[in-house]
Design a protein around this ligand. Sequence first.
Ligand code: FES
Ligand SMILES: [Fe+2]
Length: 313
Amino acid sequence: MSRFPFGIPNSWYVLAYSEEIPRGEVVPLEYLGRKLVAFRGENGEVSVLDAYCPHLGAHLAFGGRVEGDTLSCPFHGWRFDATGTCVDIPYASRIPARAAVKAYPCVERNGMIFVWYHARGEPPAFEVPDIAEWHDDEYIRPWVHYDWKIKSHPQDMAENGIDWPHFATVHLMRMPNHLNCDFREHTYFWSIGATKEVSTLEDTQDTLLMEGENWGLGYSFLRQRGNVRTVVAVGLTPIDGETVHLRMGVIGARNGLDEEAAREALRGYIAEHAVVATQDFDIWENKCYPADPVLCDGDGPIAEYRKWASQFY
Ligand code: FES
Ligand SMILES: [Fe+2]
């Protein structure tokens, strides 16, 4: 039985960083409880399709080739366009009406490729937001990224971000200078002011402000302002109903330094973001999900969060 009573949320998910799917390449992927194929056509657009050819079932990523803006099946050469429609069968005079493979809405933004999942196949309910810093030359790019496979669920993992008291126990931050969370239609904005009790860096007792935006249950980003300014983008992409591919990408401001010096100066801060993320893993992988938890007045807005999250099923 699943540890989580949810299924896969209807959301945008980070499928890859842009550079992981170069022009003309075909990539096999396993997410959303299924096998998928992503390819980047000669026009530079990325498409995401179910992996199996509707003809006789070949996996389109194993031997499949990009031809123009289409994907050619390795088995008999049927070609599919970005919408999954078969546009050519090299040896047939007529293309059968059912010759199509399911395509998933896909966008490329902020150096990442996102796929939209909806259990009933409905179109995207909101757009993936732009991150202004991604377009700002004050920030060094591309994302320095980390990734982990976690036995958990996006809703349970994202709940962590508004679970204020755990920042003291798990992340050793002195809390709070201020806490805020504002739930909107498909998003919520939150901010935390904290003092780091223990830092992996030399400058302990560092005061910092973190401001985050969560969009749906699969994607969020936060800005950290302290001695340095960083932006952290987090993807929670379900591999299946109880396994998540956690991706964390970090960019940082140069603070007047040139590219190389800034990269060197930011190295420790960027690595520390990854350390903070790993501090939650044992809790996440071993906890249960109480549907009716006992809460106290010092807890974060857990009930509001869960009510907001229920729209994504
Ligand atoms: S299985 Fe794909 S073309 Fe035949
Ligand atoms: Fe945490």
